[in-house]
Design a protein around this ligand. Structure first.
Ligand code: PAF
Length: 282
């Protein structure tokens, strides 16, 4: 495994790989790696000759400075994990390397990037598109791997790939869960043991709502989820939207779209920590 910090070094390594006809997989991360990231890296290693993992805490996608400051930073442990998984190249650029001049590009894919996280975190997806497009240009991967936990992020990135005609296969990878059902997230380490146990009610409720949904309307199912999660001390739903799994526009009935997904954001604990999850209804 080689660790590089500059685009120049990265391009030299990748030019060598490409001249030998080797395929390249990219796993973009912000570090604080967990089993969810490990599953993306394993998948890339199994499908490509070269796997590049970027570790870059991207400031442009944080609309809340406190969230950026609190974000866990564990680069040494991250590199040890990546080495054990068979990563070829770790790319750990500085902010100045990624943004030598301020990025003023605007990406706009309404409604996909304006609903849910887009509404509650203004500018978030613009920052995600800025950094992911830069990483795509720097690495020029054949495939790029993203966790389905960030369901909306994948939908937005797909729109960007179509918009900018990137010849890159986006590979969505299933959510990895803790034993309790809580979706793995770098932010989980910011929860106390009690808060972590409490947070398990999010997915438990989402799973139960699947059975409930089979005999109730979209509106009733939405109320069921919000009411049950809010009844748990220490949890507060910010939003729960039941949407078309492709466009992310709200649906009014289960038959409105071929794929219907419930997307939730919940505040957990005293700080509080913002947790997201989703469930597929059809
Ligand atoms: O999902 C993440 O960790 C980030 O949004 C990403 C894709 C690495 C871009 O900074």
């Amino acid at each position: 495994m080689t660790t590089v910090t500059t685009v120049k070094e990265l391009k030299v390594l990748l030019a060598d790989a490409r001249s030998e006809g080797r395929s390249v997989g990219l796993v973009p991360t912000m570090g604080a790696l967990h089993a969810g990231h490990a599953s993306l890296v394993r998948r890339s290693v199994s499908e490509n000759d070269v796997t590049v993992v970027s570790i870059f805490l991207n400031p442009t996608q944080f609309n809340d400075k406190g969230d950026l400051e609190r974000y866990p930073r564990t680069v040494e442990a991250d590199c040890a994990l990546l080495q054990s998984l068979g990563t070829t190249i770790v790319f750990t650029p500085t902010v100045a390397e990624v943004y030598p001049v301020p990025d003023t590009r605007v990406f706009s894919y309404s409604p996909t990037d304006t609903v849910m996280e887009g509404a509650y975190r203004p500018g978030h997806f613009n920052g995600v598109c800025q950094v992911v497009s830069k990483l795509f240009d720097m690495v020029e991967p054949d495939r790029a791997y993203f966790g389905e936990k960030d369901f909306q992020q994948i939908a937005v990135i797909r729109r960007m790939v179509a918009d900018l005609s990137y010849n890159i296969q986006i590979v969505p990878c299933p959510v990895v869960r803790e034993e309790s059902g809580l979706a793995m997230s770098s932010r989980n380490t910011l929860l106390s043991a009690d808060e972590r146990a409490t947070a398990a009610a999010i997915y438990r409720t989402l799973e139960r709502s699947r059975a409930f949904a089979s005999s109730h309307s979209v509106a009733e199912t939405r109320d069921y989820v919000v009411r049950n999660i809010n009844s748990v001390a220490g949890l507060e739903v910010q939003y729960f939207s039941i949407v078309d799994g492709d466009t992310l526009a709200d649906v009014a009935s289960w038959d409105d779209a071929p794929s219907v997904v419930g997307c939730i954001t919940v505040f957990c604990g005293a700080t509080p920590i913002r947790l997201i999850d989703h469930i597929r209804y059809r």
